[in-house]
Ligand binder design. Structure first.
Ligand code: PMP
Length: 368
């Protein structure tokens, strides 16, 4: 742990790589020797145009996205896109499938339904209801009851709250849309199977507010045309992410985050490290004889968010408090679910996970 810093297990905004933070600190004062700070450059300046182009190139390299994909930098968090997706791609007489796998997919369903009630888009169907199993897993292929001729199928590949994930992308006939917010660039995603993926940036991609959207150009060509430009994916593509002032700092930071992944060995190396880190914590859960109860079924365990409960809510709080006293902070579970959640994204240091694993062992010994 560098001086003055704690092990921050926050689900997002979250821990960033120390080398990127050091660059950011410099850049705020004067970036790339321009004599102008990162937050002060015009988005129309040549310097920023180059940043946007470099960031796009890095994103294409890291995700393996060719020219048939558009890369856009948008805003509003992933939550705005829970609204924009049905507005753009769900015609009034159509249906879209949304498996309900946790808090964020449930929110996407609620938002789509509200728009439908308001007469603004088609219907949202739920081909899998995870609530009936307390969201302890992502559905197997055989559990999906898909709608015939759905306009699209929307899923969340990694469920940030309970800490479950899809082992592989579902196989469906409809165009596949994925919210990859909490695991972008932590394992490969098969773009060939998808039509659109999006991620809010405050986990593996940098700063809150920015949203990275990768969409097939042929999908955008079929999108609804009569939307205001700030609500239209096609308009953002046409204006190269700048129908208005973009999140300039977030785009710069996204570029640094993606380059950091590439120089550290790429997505395959991120996947290897994540499996190792998460494995250390799941091993403590499994060896605790039930003292720690994992919220995910073992076959669906997330490598980014490790969620578990202790035998009582009092012990959960005691655990989080004691850990904080030892420099391991923000371990409280999501407010809707409680318990403990350790979010360990790409930049999370192995030493912090090792410290938490040994803390878990000691805590179980003294309180079990
Ligand atoms: N989807 C997922 C998977 C998330 O984890 C989150 C945020 N934790 C969101 C969507 C919502 O993102 P935002 O708060 O940026 O709107």
């Amino acid at each position: 742990m560098a001086t003055g810093r704690k092990f921050n297990f926050s689900a997002g905004p979250a821990t960033l790589p120390e080398s990127v933070l050091a660059e950011l600190r410099e850049a705020v004062w004067s970036v790339d020797g321009t004599g102008i700070g990162l937050l002060e450059h015009s988005h129309r300046a040549e310097w920023f145009m180059r940043v946007a182009a470099d960031t796009e190139a890095a994103v294409r390299a890291a995700f393996g996205a060719g020219e048939d994909w558009s890369v856009t930098f948008m805003q509003g968090g992933a939550s705005l896109h829970f609204n924009l997706l049905p507005l753009n791609f769900l015609p009034l007489d159509a249906v879209a499938d949304y498996p309900d796998t946790d808090v964020w997919s449930a929110k996407a369903i609620r938002e789509g339904r509200a728009l439908h009630e308001a007469g603004l888009c088609g219907r949202v169907a739920v081909p899998f209801d995870g609530q009936t199993s307390d969201y302890d897993h992502a559905p197997a292929q055989t559990e999906l009851r898909c709608s015939p001729q759905a306009a699209y199928f929307h899923y969340c590949s990694n469920n940030t709250v309970r800490g479950t994930r899809f082992a592989t992308a579902p196989r469906v006939d409809a165009p596949l849309f994925c919210d990859v917010s909490s695991e972008a660039l932590s394992r490969p995603i098969d773009l060939a199977r998808h039509s659109l993926i999006y991620a809010t940036a405050q986990k593996n991609l940098g700063a809150a507010g920015l949203v990275l959207v990768l969409a097939r150009r042929e999908l955008l060509a079929r999108a609804r045309r009569d939307l205001p430009s700030m609500l239209s994916y096609a308009a953002f593509e046409k204006a190269q992410s700048m129908p208005n002032t973009p999140h300039t700092t977030g785009i710069w930071l996204l570029g640094r985050m993606v380059r950091w992944v590439l120089t550290e060995g790429g997505v395959a190396e991120m996947e290897r490290r994540a499996a190792h880190r998460a494995g250390l914590l799941y091993a403590e859960i499994d060896r605790s004889g039930g003292f720690y109860h994992g919220l995910s079924r073992p076959d669906c365990r997330s490598h980014m968010n490790v969620s578990f409960r202790l035998p009582s809510a009092e012990l959960d709080s005691h655990f989080a408090r004691e850990a904080a006293a030892q420099g391991m902070v923000t371990l409280e579970g999501h407010r809707e679910v409680g318990g403990i959640r350790a979010s360990i994204y790409n930049a999370f240091p192995l030493a912090g996970v090792q410290a938490l694993a040994s803390f878990m062992r000691e805590f179980a010994k003294s309180n079990g």
